[in-house]
Design a protein. Structure first.
Length: 456
């Protein structure tokens, strides 16, 4: 190998490392929305706002439909994820055809950040405003994560991806933990700051939007757009791509994916077990406050514990994947998920110590199972189809994860008990385990035309 080739390889690695470091910062930016807004504050707060607007029977009536106030948040999350399914194919097709993922990522990031910041004005009986802002923010978040994830196979070599993906998740959980410490200080000491409890919550919600928007500047400066895929239809540039093209491209992508049935098998498994993961993330604070009768300070401390352990767990599971392979490591995490959620059903009310134990169990497997699933899928994507395939992945990640929240909301509507809803989530992890165990990942990578890492 010539000195010039060595120098060129070194320069390419340096550029790739710089992009990877910039890529991590979007996890740092948006994870605060996922943690402070979805997981901690918005569920209990929007539920309380809906209850303030409810009639004597405990129902609100959005669009004239009777909805139990305690179910409104779960239904709003489910609606936002259904709308995400409509938005992602268009964004994914546009990104791959134009090669301009970065401007689309910026648009989604700042739309979501603005909607989240607007949650400062959520109060009184404005549950419809809260639902609308949640839908806008969550759709923007989901689509931006699809675009963000699709950069992974472009900025990391096959043998790097488990580690790069795990570092990204760890970066995000560290960010969530840092902001939760500030949230806890404000919420617990709101009297000393001269604000009410409700105002403290609204400040925490709005600050997540400002954080999201501010730190998004770093990845938007460091990530690079690539040229559009060469096999796209001629004459379809950035300015001329109509919205209907997204749906045509979705049909083309699905037809293309039928040539990769093993990739589809992985997506099916991921769809099932990740539906359970996402439901736990969005409904844990509601379960803790409404069923276990825990105060907001206890919930913040519990989620802070999840963030700290999830960052460590993501890095630990990244190391386990290097030794045992990503597929085996994810399968082990699903066993741990099922056991942890089953234990959660039996937690006594008003017992913070037991809830902290549940949070620790979730934290240790949360980051790693998500990070390794992302890196596993990146190996199954044909070159030039990154955004399109990751739009399908994101549908499985969050866009099709409406079923869990919907089941959760319906269970509460029918029984009035969140314990019945939480127990049903075990099935998602059991079925997901069986489906994932049946996927021959090595063959799937070869079928996608990609090099197989030393250990998978």
């Amino acid at each position: 190998m010539s000195a010039q080739t060595v120098a060129e390889d070194g320069a390419e690695r340096a550029v790739r490392r710089r992009e990877q470091r910039g890529w991590y910062w979007y996890d740092w930016a948006n994870s605060v929305y996922s943690t402070s807004v979805l997981t901690v504050f918005l569920g209990p707060y929007l539920t309380s706002v809906a209850k303030a607007a409810a009639d004597v029977d405990g129902f609100v009536h959005p669009l004239g439909i009777p909805v139990r106030a305690g179910s409104f948040y779960a239904y709003a999350v489910s609606a936002s994820l259904l709308l995400s399914v409509l938005a992602m194919p268009m964004a994914g097709a546009l990104a791959d055809r134009t090669g301009r993922k970065k401007p689309l990522l910026g648009f989604c990031a700042y739309t979501g950040a603005a909607a989240t910041t607007g949650m400062f004005f959520l109060g009184g009986e404005r549950y419809l405003l809260g639902g609308a802002l949640l839908v806008i923010a969550n759709v923007s978040f989901v689509v931006s994560m699809m675009l963000y994830n699709s950069f992974l196979p472009q900025i990391a070599e096959p043998d790097e991806r488990d580690a790069v993906s795990s570092r990204g998740w760890a970066f995000g959980y560290a960010s969530g933990a840092l902001v939760l410490v500030a949230n806890l200080a404000l919420y617990a000491g709101h009297d000393s700051f001269g604000v009410s409890e409700g105002t403290a919550v609204r400040i925490c919600l709005a600050s997540a939007g400002l954080w999201w928007g501010g730190f998004s500047l770093i990845p938007l400066r460091r990530l690079r757009d690539r040229r559009a895929a060469a096999d796209g239809p001629p004459g379809k540039g950035a300015a001329g791509a109509p919205l209907g093209q997204g749906w045509r491209q979705l049909r083309e992508t699905l037809r293309h994916m039928r040539r990769h049935p093993l990739t589809l098998s992985f997506l099916l498994a991921y769809l099932v077990y990740n539906d359970g993961v996402q439901t736990v993330i969005t409904q844990a604070s509601v379960y803790g406050s409404e069923e276990l009768e825990l105060d907001q300070t206890t919930l913040i401390v519990a989620i802070l514990l999840v963030q700290v352990l999830a960052a460590a767990g993501a890095l630990l599971m990244g190391r386990l994947a290097r030794r045992y392979g990503a597929q085996r490591t994810v399968l082990g995490s699903l066993v741990a998920w099922a056991l942890t959620i089953a234990v959660g059903y039996f937690l006594p009310a008003k017992a913070p110590v037991w809830f902290f134990g549940l949070a620790a169990g979730i934290g240790l497997v949360l980051g790693g199972s998500q990070a390794l699933s992302r890196s596993l899928f990146s190996h199954l994507v044909p070159r030039g189809k990154e955004a399109e395939y990751f739009s399908a992945y994101e549908m499985s990640d969050r866009g099709v994860s409406w079923l869990g929240p919907l089941v959760f909301g319906v269970a509460y509507q029918l029984t009035g008990s969140y314990r019945d809803a939480i127990l049903s989530l075990v099935a998602f992890f059991v079925v997901g385990f069986v489906l994932l165990a049946r996927v021959p990942v090595r063959r799937a990578i070869l079928a996608a035309g990609n090099p197989v890492p030393d250990r998978i």
